[in-house]
Every structure is written in C-alpha cells, then in structure tokens.
Ligand binder design. Structure first.
Ligand code: NAD
Length: 464
C-alpha cells in the first residue's frame, strides 16, 4: 500500500490565505491566463499518463485501459470543451427584450466567485477533480483540491504534479482524511463542490451553512434499469454488465439493479451468462480487465451484503476480502427488502428484481430515493416515455448505461438525495460564476419615459 503525506492541519489556513491572496491579485481576470491553465491540466495528464495509470492500478487494481476510458477521456473532454469555450462562456448575457427597459441596456456578466473548495472521492479521482477544476478555472476562480485519502498513490502523485503544471499560488492540493477536511470546512470559501456519499454530504452542507457558502453536491444512490422484454437482449446484457462491472462497480452512475418482467427473467439470465463468459473467458479473478475494490473495509461491506441476500446467485459470488476482490456477480429473484436493496452497493454486484409489469417497475422506483440515472432498455418510445414521465432522476437514458457521464457538454447532476447542482462543462462554469447584473441608463430616458418616479407624485401615474 502506498503512503500518502497528509497536509499538516495547522498549514491549511495558510493554503487558504495564499489562494485568496492570489485570487485578489487579479491574475485570473485574463482569459488567456485561464486558457493556459486549462491547457496545462491536459499536459499534466498527457506527460504523466503512465505514472497516473500505475497509481490507479496500485489503488484500485484498475486496468490501464479503464483509466483511459473513465478518467483520461472524460477529463480531456472537459479540458477541450472549456478551452474552446472560455471566451463564449464569459461573454455578457443580454436579458429578454422589454420595450420599457431596453434603453437602459440591462445585462448580466459572469464574474468568478473567488476561491473554491473541491472535495473528491476515490472512484474516478482524476476526472472528478479535473472536471470541476476545469470549469472553476474557466470561470476565473482559485481552487483548493482535496483528493480522497482512499487512493493514496494517486493523491500523492497529484500533489506532486499539480504545482509543476498549474499556478502554485492559485491552485493547491490538500491531502488528508477527516481532520484535514474538517479544518478545510471550517474556513470561508466562495463555493464548495463535494462529490461523495450522502452521509458526509450532510456534514459538508452543515459546514457550508455556517458561512452561507453556495454548494454543489454530487452524490450517489441506486440506479435502476427497466427492461422491456421486446428489447435486443444481447445488446442490453452487454451494456448493463459493462456498466455494472466497470471500475469494479465503483461508479456513481453504475446500474445497481434491473427490473425485469418475471416471465422474462430466465431469458435475461441466459443472456447474462453468455455475456459474462465473453467478458471473462479466463475467469474474472485472472482477468486483466477487472478492477479491485478500493479498501478491505469496502470489500467486507459488499461481502456482507452478498452473504445476507436471499436472492440466487447466477454468476460470480466469490470473494476474497484480503485481496479486495469481489467477483463480478449477478443475483436473481431479489426483492425490495433484500440486503442488496438496502444501500448503494458500489461494487460489482447486479441485482435482478422480477416485477409483474412496467407499472410495478415504476412503483418500485418511485418508492425509493431519486437516483442519479434511470436506464430504460427498450426500442418502444411509448415504453421509454412512460418510465421517464413517471419517475425522477438526474439522467434519463435509453439503451445505454454510464456513458452519459462522459459526454462533455452533458452536465452530470443528481436530484434531491442524489445531489444538487451540476458537475461539468458550461453548467459547472455557471456554478463557479456569479452573474452580476448591470444597466446603464442614459439621461434622456428621464425626459421621455421615466420622469414619473420623482415626487411630487400625480394620481394620473397610478398604473395598476
Ligand atoms: P470517499 O470515502 O473517498 O470520501 C469522499 C471525500 O469525503 C474524501 O475526500 C474524504 O476525505 C471526505 N470525507 C470523508 N469523511 C469525511 C468527514 N467526516 N468530513 C469531511 N469530509 C469527509 O468516497 P465516498 O464518499 O465513499 O464516495 C463514494 C460515493 O460517491 C458513492 O455514493 C458514489 O455514488 C458517490 N459519487 C458521486 C458522483 C457524482 O458525480 N454524483 C461521482 C462519484 C462518486
């Protein structure tokens, strides 16, 4: 296990003060400067891709290709989008035309909020830091980044690399666990973006409330798949299993359970078995295409959920907590009160929940917290519409899983318990910006239109 050097708690206010001073110096005002910094993030990844892949392999047993798919690709997507859009995003915005007000030229223009705090989880450490950081830089903010202590090799490497590539006064990494993050949260920030679980989100929200700091929360939940029995089942099985087993199931938008008509469960299970064999011909434990769970504690938690399930294991089921190994597993005949439905699994275990029909599937979803995504596998537009119109979630996706989070211009965001606000691109830029309103009223406006406001008032001015 790699060791991570924690930032000294007493140094944390100095980091905050340095970032604030650098922001106040005004150097982020230049759009050229912002673009340079964004480009530097791209070079950081490009120049150090092998070291980053190795660090993620050490932390998560992550196949190198998966790091390219889950971290590098989406991060480059954000970097390219922001680099190309900085000027456009920062343009003043005119407001809806109104005959009464247009001579005053009312407008809004984005200004940086100031110094942002970005707290990230372990599962996709580069994208989940660099995605929002890119938008924060595009908006002209300084930022302090808090990577997860659960990925020590990656967090250590990021702390080494970031100051070599970005302005070291404006952008900082603080490494550590609960005491360090607690100290960070005591300070006054201009925006906090937290990605992680709902329990800690409540701590972060309470700390933000003390300073009335605006907050973006990117959380988790249990994402359902609704399966139409008329769908191309091979395609569905492939995309669902890929989504569930990527990064060993540690992705916030992973499908967690599949609602399938009871009469169709056997057919779906057959397709699952065939796909499973094609994904892991040498068995998953020997596969170079399957990651590990981040810590033994998380592996033990997932094993307990599996031990307690009353469902039947269709494929997988093997565990080795000391090796942080949970086999990719599918469990059938899972019911709503099963252990596998009691919390976000965040591991490579897919539950199949048989239901009577699509109405029961919808009721099942509605009885639970709003998830980050509802996935529908169906070629029938009416079926798709019915599910989406009767459920709520961050994203509503047809015949696909997970990739929605990688589309650069499509913001990632939850609703209610799965989060609030948006993660990436222009939508995140807007969250790191304050839209300052302005107008400029020429003197002649008083003579022609606006003189009635001055006393003494005349009853003829009563308009409503
Ligand atoms: P984690 O354990 O790495 O914790 C996340 C961050 O919170 C870390 O930086 C950690 O230091 C900090 N933290 C932990 N305890 C704290 C405390 N008591 N006070 C202050 N800070 C504390 O990761 P996790 O939370 O287990 O992450 C997994 C969760 O994140 C899942 O629920 C997943 O669905 C969610 N997630 C959401 C998104 C999204 O975009 N919505 C993306 C990735 C992960």
């Amino acid at each position: 296990m790699s060791t991570l050097t924690y930032t000294a708690v007493e140094d944390i206010p100095k980091v905050h003060a340095t970032a604030r001073k650098a922001f106040d110096s005004g150097k982020t005002k230049s759009l050229t400067f912002r673009k340079e910094q964004i480009a530097q993030l791209g070079y950081l990844i490009k120049d150090n891709a092998d070291r980053l892949r190795e660090a993620l392999h050490a932390d998560l047993g992550r196949p190198y290709e998966e790091t390219d798919m889950l971290d590098f690709g989406p991060a480059f997507g954000q970097i390219k989008l922001a680099y190309e859009s900085v000027e456009k995003w920062n343009k003043p915005q005119s407001v809806d035309f109104s005959l009464n007000w247009f001579p005053m030229r009312p407008k809004m223009f984005p200004e940086p909020k100031g110094v942002a705090l970005l707290i990230a989880p372990f599962n996709i450490p580069i994208f989940l830091l660099f995605g929002p950081l890119t938008s924060a830089i595009a908006a002209g903010n300084a930022a302090v980044l808090k990577p997860s202590e659960q990925t020590p090799a990656t967090s250590q490497l990021l702390a080494e690399l970031l100051p070599k590539y970005l302005d070291p006064e404006l952008y900082h990494i603080v490494n550590g666990g609960v005491p360090e993050t607690t100290r960070l949260l005591e300070l006054q920030w201009d925006h906090i973006l937290y990605t992680g679980n709902g329990r800690v989100a409540r701590i972060v929200a309470a700390a933000a409330a003390k300073h009335l700091t605006p907050l973006t929360l990117e959380l988790g939940g249990k994402n359902p798949v609704v399966l139409d029995p008329k769908v191309d089942i091979k395609m569905a099985a492939k995309r669902i299993l890929w989504g569930r087993f990527s990064n060993s199931g540690q992705i916030c938008v992973c499908p967690e359970y599949v609602l399938v008509p009871a009469h169709f469960q056997d057919t779906f299970v057959d397709a699952i078995k065939e796909t499973y064999q094609s994904f892991f011909p040498e068995g998953p434990e020997n596969s170079k295409s399957f990651a590990r769970i981040v810590t033994e504690a998380h592996a033990a938690r997932i094993k307990r959920l599996l031990d307690e399930t009353k469902g039947k294991i269709v494929v997988g089921g093997q565990t080795d907590v000391s090796k942080r190994y949970i086999a990719p597993t599918v469990v059938r005949d899972v019911t709503g009160d099963d252990s596998l439905m009691s919390e976000e699994i965040f591991g490579p275990v897919l539950a199949i929940v048989p239901v009577k029909d699509v109405d029961e599937a919808i009721s099942f979803i509605r009885a639970r917290d709003y998830p980050l995504a509802v996935y529908v596998f169906s070629h029938d537009k009416k079926f798709q519409r019915k599910v989406f119109e009767n459920t709520k979630s961050g994203a509503a996706v047809v015949n696909e899983t997970v990739v929605n989070a990688g589309v650069p211009s499509l913001p990632v965001g939850g609703i209610g318990p799965s989060g609030t606000g948006y993660y990436s691109g222009k939508h995140a830029f807007e969250q790191f910006s304050h839209y300052r309103t302005t107008l400029n009223n020429p003197g002649w406006v008083d003579t022609l239109i606006f003189n009635f406001r001055y006393p003494p008032f005349k009853p003829s001015y009563r308009k409503y």
